[in-house]
Design a protein around this ligand. Sequence first.
Ligand SMILES: Cc1cc2nc3c(=O)[nH]c(=O)nc-3n(C[C@H](O)[C@H](O)[C@H](O)COP(=O)(O)OP(=O)(O)OC[C@H]3O[C@@H](n4cnc5c(N)ncnc54)[C@H](O)[C@@H]3O)c2cc1C
Length: 332
Amino acid sequence: MPSNEIHDLVIVGSGPAGLSAAVGAESEHIDTLVLDRKRRLGGQAGTSSLIENFPGFPDGVTGPELTSLMTDQALKFDTEFMAPVQIEGIESVNGLIALDSETGRFTGRAALLGCGVEYRPLRVRNLAAYLGRGVTYGSPNMNTVFEDRKIYVVGGANSAGQAAVHLSQYTDCTVEMLVRGQDPAEKMSGYLLDKIKERGNISVRTETEVVGVNGNKCLKELTLKTRGTEDTVPADELFILIGADPRTKWLPEDVVRDKLGFVVAGNNLPGETIEEFLEKHKRTPFAHETSRAGLFVAGDIRSGSIKRVASAVGDGMGVVPEIHQYLALGRN
Ligand SMILES: Cc1cc2nc3c(=O)[nH]c(=O)nc-3n(C[C@H](O)[C@H](O)[C@H](O)COP(=O)(O)OP(=O)(O)OC[C@H]3O[C@@H](n4cnc5c(N)ncnc54)[C@H](O)[C@@H]3O)c2cc1C
């Protein structure tokens, strides 16, 4: 529950960026509260079936395992967590940052946006009727066993490739990837393409879109359009991994975003914004500081960031010395 307590740092988002910032901040005695709109912590990374490019895990690590280790580490340093809490507004009040949710206000001397991105919706009529009934946004749940199923994965980037490879372990299932572009190599890492070629039960259908879904209570068939020709195929499962967008419309207008909605920080801010900032605060913004003093940003939501777990972790850790310096300014 919100309280009148003022934290040194309030972090919005418990993905890898928020969690690593919490570990870094609390280990430097910066009193930190982490808020997430989802009960299950860990962000997108927490949904990944196998992360194979995070340093230190040569055999890969599941997303839930990695992010729960990060959460445990943050807890060990006394980070406070509250979830589910969805932040819907930000206000600067007497040099503090107030974050508003339906349940009330949380206040920090500084705040960090680690809100990541959200799955892009697949716009097909009637799709919502089958959500949780054969249609899933994101990766398959690793605890679910799939037997003798016709599985489709929509998307042509790494997260779709990972899901297909994960599902192909159920050798009595067929997995078909539906890719809108001409060549999955446009967006997918080479190591995943190699695995997909190796697996006998994965096929890739390019230049294809899902245009219809049908069933009774559960998904039964998909209508696909490939290079202008439509056909209807039997389907038991549809996983949708077609990319993601930042959900930043709720931020106040003065928090500068790029044309895709990602939050801009530091030297990447427009020249006139930096000049206004300098005039108002007698300093230039820190590298991860937004156009609003004391409001920092890290991870996928930051304009120009690399959308990977390791880079989100690096970004979250990298923001801590800046927050330290920012807090010291206020104390002087
Ligand atoms: C299925 C899948 C597989 C992936 N596999 C890999 C991989 O193998 N290797 C790799 O490097 N990367 C992978 N990625 C990408 C990686 O997970 C992301 O780059 C990383 O999680 C970004 O971390 P983040 O902390 O910036 O944001 P996120 O992980 O997106 O976390 C953001 C958090 O903020 C919360 N939030 C958002 N808005 C609010 C709000 N208003 N109020 C409160 N809370 C809010 C969200 O609920 C979420 O928990 C994968 C992504 C997906 C979806």
